[in-house]
Design a protein around this ligand. Structure first.
Ligand SMILES: [Zn+2]
Length: 267
């Protein structure tokens, strides 16, 4: 993507998002809040097909506008820096596939357990480090398929009270519709339905698209859209990630929430 194109997209995205945000804020629990003003570690890298650099250029300036002190890193070794990790309120990771060492993984998991928030989307958070089950235990889901590749689908907001999705209407995406193995402890905020066009046996499956959860003392936010950075040209998609980051960044300052809501019969 050329610089011109990127800046035009960013400009349009920001303009639309600003209007959208002000229209939505009356219904949002964040209405009274000011800037985030948090310490954020933004780690980007991994498979280039998910445009980690473009996503960095989209979200880091926004985090800075939010008054955040942002450390941008293109190495997973940042997770081994204990002082750095202890100082963070929020870790945003855009790192599809790849491998994480035991020491790197230990540093990240410990930071979240101790109260750092974790936020991400698509493969950058939930198709990373496929061999690391403790990492998957933390994120709440693992990508396994995207039937049909790039398809048209609708994101259904299912929680209209949660501050991350309050006031946001259902919206359409043309992108990968992620089929995921998910943690039943997640609090699901938005879903999509598989129409069975590409894999007939999953027709009617309702799949979590946006969720929040806790891992130890840390808050974890995830959205499964975002195959390309242009997914966030859709104002609802961008707004949800902004709010998710904000929510996750509050782990060290807000009371712990019980997000568990059993989806299967107890007996
Ligand atoms: Zn993808």
């Amino acid at each position: 993507m050329s610089e011109n194109k990127l800046s035009r997209r960013e400009f349009v995205g920001k303009t639309v998002a600003a209007g959208m945000a002000s229209a939505l804020m009356t219904k949002s629990a964040f209405a009274k809040e000011n800037k985030m003003n948090k310490k954020v570690l933004f780690v980007w890298g991994g498979w280039k097909g998910h445009q980690p650099g473009e996503c960095r250029d989209l979200y880091v300036p926004w985090l800075k506008q939010q008054g955040c002190d942002v450390t941008v890193s293109n190495t997973l070794d940042s997770y081994t820096d204990q002082d750095l990790m202890n100082s963070m309120d929020l870790i945003v990771q855009v790192w599809t596939m790849g491998k994480i060492t035991g020491e790197q993984s230990k540093g990240l998991v410990a930071a979240v357990k101790n109260g750092a928030g974790l936020a991400g989307w698509h493969g950058g958070l939930c198709d990373s480090f496929r061999e690391n089950t403790e990492y998957q235990f933390m994120t709440g889901g693992q990508w396994v398929a995207h039937p049909g590749g790039i398809v048209d689908y609708e994101v259904h907001i299912v929680d209209h009270k949660d501050p991350v999705t309050a006031g946001i209407k259902n919206f359409q995406l043309r992108s990968e519709q992620y089929y995921m193995h998910v943690d039943p402890a997640n609090k699901v905020l938005a879903t999509s339905i598989f129409n069975g066009e590409h894999d007939f046996w999953i027709k009617g499956t309702i799949m979590p698209v946006v969720w929040k959860k806790v891992f130890g003392k840390g808050r974890v936010f995830y959205a499964s859209f975002g195959h390309h950075a242009s997914d966030f040209d859709v104002p609802e998609a961008l707004e949800i990630v902004h709010r998710g980051m904000r929510w996750a960044s509050e782990s060290k300052y807000e009371k712990a929430e019980n997000l568990i809501s059993p989806v299967y019969p107890r007996s």
